[in-house]
Ligand binder design. Sequence first.
Ligand SMILES: [Zn+2]
Ligand SMILES: [Zn+2]
Length: 331
Amino acid sequence: MIFKCKNCGGNVVYSPEHKQMHCPYCDSQESQERAMEECDKSFCPNCGGEITVEEHTSALQCKYCDHYIILNDRVEGEYLPKKIIPFKLSKEMVKKSLRERFKKATFAPTDFLSEVRLNSMVGEYVPFFMYDYDVNCTYNAEGIKVRTWTTGDVQHTETSYYDVIRDMNINYRDIPVDASVKMPDNVMDLLEPYNYGEFVEFKPEYMSGFTAEKYNMESDTVEFRASDKMAASASSILRSSVNGYSRLNERNKNFSIRNKVNNYNLLPTWKYLYTYNDKLYPFYVNGQTGKIVGSVPVSKTKVLAYGATLFVLLNVILIAGSYIITSLGII
Ligand SMILES: [Zn+2]
Ligand SMILES: [Zn+2]
């Protein structure tokens, strides 16, 4: 499907600045209507230009007419997301924050923050599974307390043994795990947290103006990442509830999941794939919070030029220094 403007026929997109649908052609708001429902995945339904739809793509931009195409069968049925966090940051906002953040990166290549390169940035919705767990945690350990004191020449030691028992229910909500093969797991972990209070019910309108993928890893395959996060957090809560013992001999620790819910949602990211000397330097920006993940490449030319400048400066200072001494000598 494509969202077309009722006034002028242009492609209406979701605008993070306006926080609603916006037609960049006639500047109208909320003037969209769904058009061109079906797409055969080989040609743009608007201009007929050839398009390349990758295996998991659910939204893309036609490189000939710039219209954003959303593939119906990849946002419906089993692929219908429950919730979405709409892009809060536009490309212009992200360009500004990247420039601000890296303005002091002296050795970054000259075109790293150029308009042309930054314009290649793409906004993409990443598929996520989010898990809710209601967990019962039980814990049993032998707690030992040792008390020593001295009476006259005699040192006393008292050792007390305790049966430490904990039984608590913890409810976890929205533990996120990305369900995209191509998205590096460590990057997604670093891009978090998102503010999940800003989730809204999914509507395909939010995808217009951006690219997207449907989920391409099964929930059963990725769930261990969520359950590992849950277990680490529950262990830490248990540990912090047991205090005051000299020693603990753990006998038993058990997490039993009483209730589990899993939802398929979409989260916004900006992707800047910068290449330098044939090497890829990917940058990812959280499309909601603006958090940036990526390493700036170093330009050897700039480092060498900087070294040469330092050398020249040093010489100038030395020459100036000797001049002052000479002058003083004359006086
Ligand atoms: Zn219009
Ligand atoms: Zn087109």
